[in-house]
Design a protein around this ligand. Sequence first.
Ligand code: GTQ
Length: 331
Amino acid sequence: MSPSALAPLWEVLNNLVLPEPSSPAKVHRWHYAEARDYLMRAGDLISAREAERRVLILKNPGLGGEAAITRSLYAGLQLVLPGEVAPCHRHSQSALRFVLEGTGAFTAVDGEKAIMRPYDLVLTPGGQWHDHGNTSEQPVIWLDGLDIPTVTHFDASFAERLGEDAHPQTRPAGDTLARYGRNMRPLPGSMADTRPAGQALFHYPYAEWRGALSKLAETKAPDPHDGYALEFFNPATGGPIMPTISAQAQMLPAGLVTRPRRASAGAVIVVVEGSGELRIGDETMAVEPRDIIAVPAWKPLVIDAWSDLTLFAFSDRAAQQALNIYREHLA
Ligand code: GTQ
């Protein structure tokens, strides 16, 4: 029957409808120093403008050559050298940027700049114009996290170039942070802003999220599964940062060994500060700052903090919750 494009379900049913998630994605850790060497060599060979985006893709070794770090998410390391620009474009895919090195590059979203500092989180949600530039004297490197495989899965990708390097400035740098980043929002009327409805904040500075975790750690006992953990959220909706991607920051105090947790959401962890060991399924790995780790769906995760350990993570939990398929289990 296969020439007629038909197949018997009974031979494959158990592989199609699994009793629980079984991802082909592998647990994998990228050492920053090693990836950085290749990225700097790319910097000698191609300009950001020529490349449009000078990025090394983090390809999960279990996903057969796909540009994916988990089944639904993409990650890449982007380098912008002093004086360079990454020209303005927009696309259906939603992106986050997590700065790993360098101070003073910017991402502009619909013509408003966010000045990027190490470990800042910056969003470029789907459909919004964005361009990047580096006006500092140092190379700037950040991790791109996008929902490329998710959008590909739906065959729903649209992309276009503005045709200019930079979007004309629409608001001064920091305007959105002032309107939404202080647990307040614009009054209707004169203060109402022009950001797209539902996409308010796009810059979550390290100084603010790290300060919040430190404050929690002063007074409260750590959670046995999470230590001290906070989710980045969209203050306009109370929901996740973007429709397809959730993100969180976490601090595990020295000596904490977390209890195992697993989730149907595949995740990417970035080590910010400290050292420790991650146990993910059968794999055990020592980690250090700026390491990037792929955590496939449903692999139990245990974190052993050797010193105070600060982590950033993003996952497809937002998409799964919107589709009502998300599950987690705390052991
Ligand atoms: O900066 O828009 O790593 O479109 C991959 C695709 C970055 C970006 C990536 C992209 C971008």
